[in-house]
Design a protein around this ligand. Structure first.
Ligand code: HEM
Length: 212
């Protein structure tokens, strides 16, 4: 990057300028799709949040309201649902491609670890999103989530307590799951995607002898 090429814009400019070697072109296609689907999730998620109400008494009516009364609400909800599946599939395929072409070592291990973490977080987003309907199946998903968290070494029990928000699964659990789903996890995904992009641009500049 040039002396004045800092921050997000600098990163975008460097990415667009960097010559892309033939053998990684498909990966850039995957990366662009992942970014696009993530932006779809953020935009449709914000639209859903305008009407969605994370309280056990109001949640079901608010989701029905989105589907029935909000103009194009069914479309926005459908897009949010299918883009989530697309995002998991694209992240998974992208990682498989990097794995089978053995591009996860030789100084690139951080890119690989961050990519794997993004896939885990996207799966976590999908899982927490499916809890937000707060019906029978959500109850069993919450129990699964809490049991899974409790099995994590050291931090597991504490994390499960934070998500549960009390001795039993309750309204607090729903509002905390919603906060994690709509704010915490997407921010982490965004920061990891940016970190991955920065590492990839740095790697390409190195293999181009600094000319990117
Ligand atoms: C990585 C990003 C995200 C993924 C993978 C994701 C995934 C999901 C999924 C699978 C659902 C359940 C949809 C259904 O089938 O009914 C959902 C629901 C929901 N999401 Fe997200 N989401 C993401 C980001 C966001 C963001 C950024 C927001 C808000 C700013 C948001 C707000 C909501 C709301 C309000 C619902 C509940 C409405 C409903 O049940 O349809 N999501 N999400």
């Amino acid at each position: 990057m040039d002396g004045h090429d800092h921050g997000m814009l600098g990163l975008m400019r460097a990415t667009l300028r960097a010559p892309i070697p033939e053998h990684v072109r498909a990966d850039f296609g995957f990366a662009a799709l992942i970014m696009a689907l993530f932006l779809v999730q953020v935009c449709t998620g914000i639209m859903l949040s305008l009407y969605y109400q994370p309280s056990p008494d109001a949640v079901s009516e608010s989701v029905q309201f989105i589907m029935r009364d909000v103009s194009q609400g069914w479309l926005v909800r459908g897009l949010h649902h299918w883009a989530a599946a697309g995002l998991v599939a694209m992240c998974g395929l992208h990682l498989v491609r990097v794995f089978v072409s053995a591009r996860y070592h030789h100084g690139r291990s951080w890119i690989w670890y961050i990519g794997a973490l993004v896939l885990l977080l996207v799966i976590a987003s999908t899982f927490t999103g499916e809890i937000l309907g707060w019906d029978n199946s959500s109850y069993w998903r919450v129990r699964g989530l809490l049991e899974g968290l409790e099995r994590l070494p050291l931090i597991g029990a504490g994390l499960a307590d934070i998500v549960r928000g009390g001795p039993e699964v309750s309204a607090t659990t729903l509002s905390r799951t919603y906060t994690a789903h709509a704010m915490f996890v997407p921010w982490m995904v965004w920061m990891l995607l940016m970190a991955n992009l920065a590492l990839i641009v740095r790697d390409m500049r190195r293999s181009n002898g600094g000319a990117a």
